[in-house]
Ligand binder design. Structure first.
Ligand code: ATP
Ligand code: MG
Length: 370
């Protein structure tokens, strides 16, 4: 099976690494001119002339990046199966569509308004009550295209800096923690769920994910499972889907956003789960049985961003697994992650702190249960 991947970054790289044991081959289509995948065959298509030769080589198509032109993906679907479908991309690449779907499926979200001018943004900030978070409805990632508006008088400045014709304005959630749920749906409609992860973001970028969470109520996991199952079934989805949520003081979950792909908050599964999110995505899209999603041990994923630490020092930590993406250092760039495992959460937190101390730009790890 030759799997075509739209996008050629670290997510595609890790998909391929999980697929080689299954005798999968990979062809990546890169439209940026800067592929970093480093393995498989890469077709650079900055001039939009190579799609036909890409499609000739591959049996089915998936993607590691959802900010793709929907008509392009629809055109690909005319020739080869695409999993997840272009409909999943259409919804997940647009925050307004995403929130409308959450509303339709009765999945709670922060209160929000859609605005198309600075005046409307100011009005939304007054109505919702500040602070609010304004986000471009399309193209955002890693906290880009967003601004926190602390007072309605800041609306003009926020509108100018985001510089986008349509924004979603959300009430700022006073969350206890951010969590995510990752689930996989097979071609036959079978769904499996990973244990939820607690995620620490700093300046909009994920830094740490820990799973399973030591203090997770079964009822909360079941609620999250129910939300993501509703999304998967509604979209007739095939593959890995990620839903990011805020957990509030009373234990309730509010949906933030979803990603129609393997996700950074699921990288812990590479070493910490019986079957990784990458392998399960490949199993799902090929119509193979889905693998066990259980955690082997408490696991923490530590993102390496901007500058790398010494590999030899990181690998000297007990049960530490370094995954480097073979990318050049640049401020804010995701370069690698370290998965740390330990028999107890206390020991895990010690290892996380030791790991953070070895990384030049790592923020202090902070978990809600610590
Ligand atoms: N309504 C909100 N209330 C409080 N914090 C928020 C809110 N929306 C976003 N944030 C904070 O900003 C971070 C990034 O927001 P969001 O997930 O919407 O953006 P993103 O750029 O798509 O991120 P990514 O694609 O990297 O997950 C969130 O993880 C959270 O820490
Ligand atoms: Mg996010």
């Amino acid at each position: 099976m030759n799997i075509g991947v739209l996008g050629a970054g670290q997510l595609g790289r890790m998909l391929a690494l999980a697929g080689y044991p299954l005798a999968n081959r990979f062809t990546f289509l890169d439209t940026t001119g800067h592929p970093s995948v480093g393995i498989g065959e890469v077709i650079i298509d900055t001039d939009q002339k190579h799609l036909a030769s890409f499609l000739e080589q591959v049996d089915l198509v998936t993607y590691e990046f959802e900010h793709l032109p929907v008509p392009l993906v629809q055109a690909i679907e005319e020739h080869k199966p695409v999993y997840p479908s272009s409909e999943a991309i259409r919804v997940c690449q647009n925050r307004a569509e995403e929130k409308a779907l959450f509303d339709r499926l009765a999945i709670p979200t922060p209160a929000y308004r859609l605005v198309e001018s600075a005046v409307e943004l100011e009005a939304a900030a007054r109505e919702l009550g500040t602070p609010v978070v304004a986000k471009s409805v399309t193209e955002g990632y890693d906290g880009k295209g967003q601004a926190v508006v602390k007072d309605p008088s800041e609306a003009v400045e926020a509108w100018r800096t985001i510089n986008h014709p349509r924004l979603i304005v959300e009430a700022f959630v006073d969350f206890v923690r951010e969590v995510s749920i990752i689930a996989v749906r097979g071609r036959d409609g079978e769904v499996v769920f990973y244990p939820m992860a607690e995620n620490q973001h700093v300046d909009g970028i994920l830094r740490y994910s820990i799973a399973p969470m030591p203090d997770l109520d079964d009822g909360v996991q079941q609620t999250a499972d129910g939300y993501i199952r509703a999304l998967l079934d509604e979209l007739d989805y095939v593959g890995v889907l990620t839903l990011e949520l805020f957990q509030t003081r009373d234990g309730a979950l509010l949906a933030n956003e979803m990603a129609p792909r393997v996700h950074n908050s699921g990288h812990w599964t590479m070493d910490g789960a019986v079957t990784s999110q990458f392998e399960n995505h490949l199993r799902a899209i090929q119509g193979l049985p889905l693998g066990d999603t259980a955690a082997r041990m408490p696991t923490c994923m530590v993102n390496v961003i901007g500058r790398e630490g010494e590999a030899a020092e990181l690998l000297a930590l007990p049960d530490a697994h370094l995954h480097r993406y073979d990318k050049a250092e640049r401020p804010g760039r995701k370069l690698a992650h370290v998965n740390l495992l330990a028999p107890t959460h206390d020991e895990l937190l010690e290892r996380v702190r030791a790991c953070a101390a070895l990384l030049p730009d790592a923020p202090a790890p902070r978990f809600s249960f610590d």
